[in-house]
Design a protein around this ligand. Structure first.
Ligand code: AVJ
Length: 336
C-alpha cells in the first residue's frame, strides 16, 4: 500500500533520475509489485552483468559467441545475398547497425568477417549508455582496421530510431537475447519500429536463448558465486542512491524461477519480513508483507517456431538460422 504522493514532488537532479522515479512509483504502486529490467544497468549493474557473462553457469554469451565464431562469414554472405536478390545487378557495401550495443564484445567477430569480405565496413552502435558506447568505440577502432564507427546515444524502446540513408545492404543486429526482456507484444513493437528504418532486402540478425532443461535454465540465474543475486539486489541500492530511499538489502532475497507456461525465467526480490520503505524523492512509503515479491525481470526463452512467429508478427521473413550443437542458443537472419 502506498501513502498518496503529494501533487508536487520536488524535481530531481537529472532526466535519468526522473525516469527512475516514474518507473519506481508505477511499479511499486502495482499489485503485484514489479520494476523494469533497465533499472539494473547503473555503472555497478553493468559491471555485474559483464561478470555474469563470464560465469560457468551462464551459457548464453559464450554460446552465441561460438556461433558467431563458427559462422560469421556465412552470416555476412547470406545478408549480402539476401539484399542482392531484391537489387539485381547492384553492389554496395554492407553496413552493420546494432541495437543495445552495450560494450559490443561479440560484435567484433561479425565486423571482422565483413572487413574480410569487403575491405571495410561502417558500424552504427545504438545504446542508451553513453559510457558503454565510449568503451565500445575505443576498443573497436583500436583493434579493427577497416571499421568506421558512428555511435548514436538513443533509447530504441521509447524513441523513434533515425538511421542515415545508405547505398547498399544494412544488417541490423539485435543480439545477446536482449529481446528476451520484453513480452511478445512489446518485442513485436520494437522489431516493427526497427523495420520502418530498414529498406527492402535489408536484414535483421536476432540472437535468442532457447527453451531447454529447467535445471540448466535455473542454474544460469542462480549461480554459485552469487553474482546474479548481487545483480538483482543492486537494483535496490540503485534506487536508494537515485531516490534517497532506505531499502535494507539484507531484508530481501534473490529468487529466479523457470515459468514454463510463459516460457520465461522470472527474477524476483522477496521481502524476508514485513517492512515499510520510505522513498523521499517520491514522497511516498511502500509496505511489504513477509514473503511479498517484486518482479524485477523476465527473460523469455524461444523455440524455432516461436522465433518465426515473433518475426512474422513484426513483418519479417526468416531467411536462415544458425545454432550450436546442443541448440541452446539461436541466431536468426530475417529480411524485411
Ligand atoms: C541481458 C537480458 C540477455 O536475460 O539473460 C542475466 C540479463 N539477467 N542474468 C538475460 C540477465 C540475469 C540477460 N539479458
Amino acid at each position: 500500500t502506498l501513502s498518496t504522493p503529494e501533487l508536487f514532488t520536488p524535481p530531481l537532479a537529472n532526466p535519468v533520475q526522473e525516469a527512475v522515479a516514474t518507473a519506481v512509483l508505477e511499479g511499486l504502486s502495482s499489485t503485484p509489485k514489479w520494476l523494469p529490467a533497465w533499472l539494473f544497468y547503473d555503472a555497478e549493474g553493468s559491471r555485474l552483468f559483464e561478470r555474469i557473462t563470464t560465469l560457468p553457469e551462464y551459457y548464453p554469451t559464450r554460446t552465441e559467441r561460438a556461433i558467431f565464431a563458427g559462422y560469421a562469414d556465412g552470416i555476412i554472405d547470406t545478408a549480402i545475398r539476401t539484399w542482392q536478390k531484391t537489387h539485381p545487378g547492384r553492389t554496395g557495401r554492407l553496413r552493420i547497425i546494432e541495437l543495445g550495443a552495450g560494450t559490443a564484445t561479440k560484435t567484433g567477430i561479425l565486423l571482422d568477417a565483413a572487413v574480410r569480405r569487403q575491405g571495410q565496413t561502417e558500424y552504427l552502435p545504438i545504446d542508451v549508455s553513453e559510457s558503454a558506447m565510449a568503451e565500445a568505440c575505443a576498443s573497436m577502432e583500436r583493434v579493427q582496421s577497416g571499421v568506421t564507427v558512428s555511435p548514436q546515444v538513443a533509447n530504441y524502446v521509447t524513441d523513434a530510431l533515425e538511421i542515415p540513408q545508405h547505398n547498399g545492404p544494412t544488417m541490423a543486429l539485435y543480439i545477446g537475447s536482449s529481446i528476451g526482456n520484453f513480452d511478445p507484444e512489446e518485442a513485436a513493437t520494437i522489431l516493427c519500429n526497427l523495420r520502418r528504418q530498414l529498406q527492402p532486402g535489408d536484414t535483421l540478425l536476432l540472437g535468442t536463448d532457447m527453451v531447454k532443461d529447467r535445471r540448466k535454465l535455473e542454474a544460469a540465474y542462480n549461480d554459485h558465486d552469487g553474482v546474479t543475486e548481487a545483480f538483482n539486489l543492486n537494483l535496490l541500492r540503485r534506487i536508494n542512491r537515485d531516490l534517497r530511499s532506505n531499502f535494507d538489502l539484507a531484508r530481501y532475497r534473490h529468487v529466479a524461477l523457470w515459468n514454463e507456461d510463459q516460457s520465461r525465467i522470472e527474477m524476483h526480490l522477496q521481502s524476508l519480513r514485513e517492512q515499510t520503505v520510505r522513498i523521499p524523492a517520491l514522497n511516498a512509503s511502500f509496505h511489504f508483507a513477509k514473503g511479498e515479491t517484486i518482479h524485477t525481470e523476465n527473460s523469455y526463452k524461444f523455440t524455432s517456431k516461436s522465433i518465426a512467429s515473433l518475426l512474422r508478427s513484426a513483418s519479417y521473413e526468416p531467411v536462415e538460422q544458425w545454432t550450436d550443437e546442443q541448440h541452446w542458443f539461436a541466431v536468426t537472419l530475417a529480411t524485411t
